[in-house]
Design a protein around this ligand. Structure first.
Ligand code: NZQ
Ligand code: ZN
Length: 389
């Protein structure tokens, strides 16, 4: 483990079929008013909304609501939530949904009492430290993929400037507790399920493809990738397979709760490109990542050949036989591509709503992090995007 680290994660996870009952124990720890944050229709359609409200009311809470949080949550929606928190003196923000809902909740949490500056500029553009009061956030997860249930990530889209901005907040902004019942994911559409699992895999790959050699974190990542591949295959055939859905759920949490980044310098360039693709197309996050990953890895594998060989042999079981390292590495990326096709993951930018005219704007507005194996240029980003058509 060559890079030093400190490890702390404050989120309590309540996992399993009966985990919603834990809300009864958690609710009394917070003040009178709870703001429920949720998406458009899913939690009302599957009955979860009624169950959550009943528990909160039994606990003597006053419930206020921010509904209609959309995928790729907007700054406008976040501001609507900020106003509700201020108007009602909210003491707990309870997000019930997927990554978009939880991200929006964290955004509201840090913004509600930020008075010296516009919070979006301060926290998502200038990346300043959080120095104002934050409202506690908790979550009930209904869609697997982002890891937002156990991390400080909050990705908010400013529709006016077409900037999808990601910020990782420190531990005091992480959810205080998250309730993970795999059964709540049974109603997620196949499209969203595969998108979410690719998001998990992308988080793992973004952390894996960096540095020389392989430390314990790399071994953990390889196992989580294999588990995601195997369990997605099961869940595609049997969407209500509890074991498969629970493995996918826990994989996603572990893939981005900081554990799989320990002692890794990490890349994250695929995410930076996807964020701008999402700002222009509003595509499903995981689908955008899949489209970009394939040409991106074909561009950078030469710079991290040893790791791409390992990826091919350890994750995809590619036999070395008499192949060169380059052939093995490319066979690993081919296996990733074949898996995306097998699972119906959309990798065509056209299908995801992009036009060729958008590409220069997406490329130019993408943040270049310079980590990973290759410091990409704007021109190369455009080439990666063109290869997705
Ligand atoms: O709007 P509703 O009706 O709730 O429907 C949602 C939404 O349409 C639906 N859904 C959720 N749970 C469901 C369900 N449908 C049926 N049954 C259920 N149980 O799924 C759709 C997508 O939901 P969303 O929350 O947008 O998906 P996801 O979890 O993939 O979140 C994507 C957002 O998270 C950000 C992405 O950029 C994107 O904005 N990310 C957040 C990260 C973080 N916090 O660390 C890291 C990620 O890399 C990512 O950037
Ligand atoms: Zn992601």
């Amino acid at each position: 483990m060559q890079l030093d680290f400190s490890y702390y994660n404050p989120t309590t996870i309540h996992f399993g079929k009966d985990s919603l009952a834990k809300l009864k124990e958690e609710a009394p720890k917070y003040g009178k008013t709870v703001m429920l944050v949720y998406g458009r229709n899913a939690i009302k359609a599957n009955g979860l909304y009624d169950k959550v409200v009943a528990i909160l009311e039994q606990a003597g809470k006053k419930v206020v609501e921010l509904s209609g949080v959309m995928p790729n949550p907007t700054l406008e929606k976040m501001r609507e939530g900020v106003q509700i928190v201020r108007d009602h003196n909210v003491s707990l923000i309870l997000a019930v949904g997927g990554g978009s809902v939880i991200d929006c909740a964290k955004g509201i949490s840090v913004s509600a009492y930020c008075e010296d500056q516009d919070p979006f500029v301060k926290y998502w553009c200038e990346f300043k430290d959080v120095d104002n009061e934050v409202v506690p956030v908790a979550s009930i997860l209904t869609m697997v993929g982002t890891g937002s249930e156990m991390n400080g990530g909050s990705v908010i889209t400013n529709e006016e400037t077409k900037y999808k901005a990601g910020r990782v907040f420190p531990a005091h902004v992480f959810p205080k507790f998250s309730i993970l019942n795999p059964e709540y994911t049974f109603t997620v559409s196949q499209y969203q399920m595969v998108s979410g699992v690719f998001d998990t895999m992308s988080h793992l790959m973004e952390q894996y493809f960096s540095d020389k050699g392989a430390n314990t974190t790399d071994y953990v990542i390889e196992s989580l990738l294999k588990s995601s591949i195997d369990n997605l295959r099961v869940a595609l055939k049997a969407p209500n397979d509890y074991e498969a859905r629970s493995n996918l759920m826990w994989n996603a949490t572990l893939a981005l709760n900081t554990l799989t980044g320990l002692s890794k310098s990490q890349d994250w360039q695929v995410h930076m490109i996807e964020h701008q693709l999402g700002a222009y197309t509003d595509c499903a996050h995981g689908m955008g990542l899949a489209a970009i990953s394939l040409p991106y890895y074909r561009l950078i594998y030469k710079f991290g050949l040893e790791k791409f060989v390992r990826f091919a042999t350890q994750v995809w079981g590619i036999a070395a036989e008499d192949k060169t390292d380059e052939e093995i590495a490319l066979a690993g990326i081919d296996a990733l591509e074949a898996f995306t096709k097998e699972c119906g993951i959309v990798t065509s930018l056209e299908e995801l709503g992009a036009t060729k005219e958008m590409l220069p704007k997406i490329a130019e507005s993408t943040i270049i992090l310079g980590g990973g194996y290759h410091a990409i240029t704007t021109q190369e980003i455009q080439q990666v995007l063109e290869a997705c058509f």
